[in-house]
Design a protein around this ligand. Structure first.
Ligand SMILES: [Zn+2]
Length: 349
């Protein structure tokens, strides 16, 4: 799989090819962009170019041959869980992809990428050269799901990985990564694809021309979304298969998985959930800190001002407080506006 197969992302693929051609490959990249636009394909093409074992002809040092055993194994996945590349130097990191036993932990990773996964897969191998000599490439799917502990454990290696060790962090929500991770990775942006590109890709996957045209129009530039629109049944089956494989890997029953999914949803929505744990609740993307440092933070202050202004505009001054929706979170309206003597509930901060 070479870069030529990644359509509509010329700027991103040229950046990567230039780095490979000139030998100036950064040790940690962050591929940022919406889902279904080619980030993962680019990451595997990049990994393939780094691990390819066939000496390339002059002037093509940036191209994987695509035929040698290393190239093939870099993009061929095992048929049984964990579903990871067969090449030992192309290491996939993803929430829930490895069994708890493999990570030496008692519970499956249901909510985030645990620090155990980083320990087993990254830190324990850090002192050793790549298995097959050329390079070791870590591909982190949905890097925004790294737990605080995992992200912090990764920091040092991300800054100074061993020789020939590379990281590619994939994310559609770069703003949820810790600032310390952002500052240690070089961003390569992937934009939404042009309608014509989405249409051509899904047509090549067997979607009828008229359906492909309509799906591409509504897809927002994502092949994943277009495929789901063009053939919801097939997408449902694909998802069910994925869910089945994940359940098997985690040793969960269907009912247990549903319960877990519900509780994760609740935990994320709740005040003090995942976003709050990451620090500022405003737009300044500050890292975790004490409540006091968050109060001083400008982003938080702006969010608070907006919340108060919104409440006033809806005419809640003096009324019994309802709930104002701020972003996706339900926040109690400030009791500050309740008439004197009726003040109750937490004070607005
Ligand atoms: Zn090769």
């Amino acid at each position: 799989m070479g870069f030529e197969r990644i359509l509509g992302q010329t700027a991103a693929t040229e950046t990567l090819e230039r780095a490979l051609r000139t030998g100036k490959v950064h040790h940690a990249y962050r591929f940022e962009g919406p889902s279904g636009v080619g980030k993962e394909m680019a990451a595997f093409a990049f990994a393939q170019a780094l691990v390819c074992a066939t000496p390339p002809p002059d002037g093509y040092a940036h191209r994987a041959c695509g035929k040698c055993s290393a190239c093939t194994r870099a993009v061929t996945f095992s048929s049984e869980p964990p579903l990871v590349p067969l090449h030992p130097d192309v290491v996939l990191i993803e929430r829930g992809i490895y069994s708890p036993e493999a990570l030496h932990r008692s519970r499956p990773e249901l909510q985030d990428i645990s620090v155990d996964q980083i320990r087993r897969l990254v830190l324990e191998r850090a002192g050793f050269p790549p298995h097959e000599g050329r390079a070791r490439v870590y591909i982190v799917r949905r890097a925004d799901e790294l737990s605080l502990g995992a992200a912090n454990a990764l920091l040092k290696t991300l800054e100074e990985p061993g020789a020939n060790t590379y990281f590619v962090l994939l994310t559609a929500r770069g703003n949820e990564l810790l600032p310390t991770i952002l500052s240690r990775t070089l961003v390569v942006r992937f934009g939404p694809l042009a309608e014509s590109v989405v249409r051509a890709i899904i047509e090549s996957k067997g979607t009828a021309s008229e359906a492909a045209k309509m799906a591409a129009e509504l897809s927002g530039g994502s092949v994943e979304a277009a495929l789901a629109l063009a053939d919801p049944e097939a997408t449902g089956e694909r998802r069910a298969g994925r869910s089945r494989r994940r359940r098997r890997a985690l040793g969960l029953t269907r009912a247990r998985q549903r319960n877990v999914a519900r509780s994760i949803g609740r935990a994320r929505r709740a005040p003090g959930g995942r976003r709050a744990r990451l620090g500022c609740r405003g737009s300044c993307a500050r890292g975790a800190g004490s409540a006091r440092s968050r109060r001083r933070c400008a982003g938080d202050r702006r969010a608070r001002t907006k919340r108060v202004a919104g409440a006033r505009a809806r005419g809640h001054g003096g009324e019994a407080p309802a709930r104002a929706i701020v972003g996706a979170r339900a926040t109690p309206l400030p009791s500050l506006f309740a008439p004197r003597g009726r003040r109750r509930g937490p004070r607005v901060r």
